[in-house]
Every structure is written in structure tokens, then in C-alpha cells.
Design a protein around this ligand. Sequence first.
Ligand code: MTE
Length: 320
Amino acid sequence: MLIRKTPAFALRPSEITPEAVYRERRRFLAQIGLGAAALALGRAAPALAGEPAMAAAGAGLSVGKHSDLAAGEKVNRFEDISRYNNYYEFGAYKSDPADHAHTLRTRPWTVDVGGECEAPARMGIDDILKAYPLEERIYRHRCVEGWSIVVPWDGFALGPFLQRFKPTSKARFVSFYTLYDPAQMPEAGHLLPWPYREALRIDEAMHPLAFLSLGMYGRPLPAQNGAPLRLTLPWKYGFKSIKSIVRIAFVEQAPETTWNMVLPEEYGFYANVNPGVDHPRWAQKTERRLGEYFKRPTLMFNGYPEVASLYSGLDLRTFF
Ligand code: MTE
């Protein structure tokens, strides 16, 4: 049995995630039958020192343009971002993905793109990497649970990638699916309807801020952060940023999305960061940046007002 020594200064997940959220998650997990023993363990998260980002020392990704889209805010450390994760296929505690995701095989890896498009295709991950020059974007990321991080992602804009497959006029939405393989993902099979799926309206997907990340901090993505490729949607709550994508489908009708299927009154389809719309069980007005003690105000669209025109005419209290 692996015995882990937890340093005295380490924070528990309950200290980062608001108490109400944490308790409710435990209740939810218990209800749907996750082992009581696992819940009782209450594993600790690593320390969050909030030091400056590590240099991308010799990391192997060749990255061109660099854009700081987090207004010069302090970037979180690679060590923290890669050990404080939500990736339920590998467990429900923040340190589970880092501990277990080494079983994820990211080569060979293909992405199937189809549905309402003229040029459906299956692309290998290395062909995707060759076809699109990587750029770095430093984005804020706000989880619906009330914590946030600042991360330098490496990837490329989602829109031009999707255009390659020539979506038809019927393509009003686009769906994304994570790999589903219980042999590689010990917790896929429990907890949620699998595979994990997410979706965007097509105009949201085409917005220049919508990003496909293949790396972070100048290195290929760690498995726990969604290798080999994931969405990064900085104006939406983090659960929209689906990891380890294997399938993309252009569709006419609004598709099902994982958390919305499970708790529709709590997790809307749009999931835009909005301090004016509280989650039914906790407020969304503030957030705790990993590595910081005091909470900070949450910004509308997470501080990306350039997306606002996508939602003009929509009542964001109803269509949350
Ligand atoms: N994608 C999959 N396949 N499974 C998940 O559990 N969690 C989501 C999102 N993408 C999740 C996922 C949530 S809730 C968040 S906040 C982000 O991933 C976390 O990304 P990070 O671990 O890189 O910070």
C-alpha cells in the first residue's frame, strides 16, 4: 500500500473549494455510490505557493506568438496547475488525476470530426500538431466551484481548425467528447454519464478566444490537464473546457452536455462566468485564486468582455 506523507502546510481540498461545494460534492458522490472508504480518506492537495511560473525550460514545444490575455496577473506555478485538477475519469479529489492519469496513453491518438460538415475526417494528433503553428495564450480560468488560476496555454484558435472540416449551414452547435476507456481511466464508469461531453453554439466555437490547447508552460500537456488536446474557453466556467478530446461533431440541435445532464438546474449549457448569477448552492461573486489567501471579485465573462456580443438579447439569468 502506498503511504503518502502530507506536509503540515498542505491545504485540504475543503480549504480551497468552498465548504458548501465540498460538502455537497461528498453528498452527491455518496448518493451515487462512490466507495465510502475513498470519501473517508479525504486526501490532501499539494501546497499552493503561488510563485511565478516556471520557465518553459527546454520543454520541446515550439511556440510562436505569445499573448498575455490575463492583464499581467501573476501566472500560477506549473507544479500547482498539474497537481490540482478536475478530471473525474481519474477520481474526484484534486490530487487524483496527477496520481492516476499516467495510465492514459496519448499516442497513437486520433480525433474524429464529423456530423453536419462537408469534409469529415479522422486526424492523428501528430498531423494536427504539424498543421497548426502553436501560440501561447495566458488566460484566466475560473472553476464553477469558486477557485481560479492563470495558465500559459500552448495551442491554436479553435475556429480555423473547425473550418477545415467545412461545417454546413445546419451546423448550429458543435459537440466534443473525451476518450472513454475504463481500462485507462479507473473512475470512468462511476459517477457521471460517460464519455464526458461538452458543446458550444457554433458562433461561440468560432470566437477568436476559443482555444485548443496541446501544451502549457511550453511543454506538452500533462495527462491530468487533458493531454493530448483539450478545449480552453476562458470566459466560461472550467467544466466547459473538456479534456482529452477524441470526437467532434457538428449538429443541428442543442446537444447534451455532461454536468447539465446530471444537474440541469445547477449547470447551464452556456456556463458563462457571471458574478450576477449565483449557483443555487453558493455565491459566484468572488473567487479564490490558487496560492492567494483573500478572495477577489469575479469578473463578468471572467474579464473577457469581447464575448458579450455573442449573448446580446439573451437573458443570462435564464440562459445561464
Ligand atoms: N474534462 C473531462 N473529460 N473530465 C473532467 O472531469 N473537468 C472539467 C474540465 N474538463 C473535466 C474536464 C472541470 S470541472 C474543470 S474546472 C477543468 O477541466 C479543470 O482543468 P484543469 O484540471 O486543467 O485545471
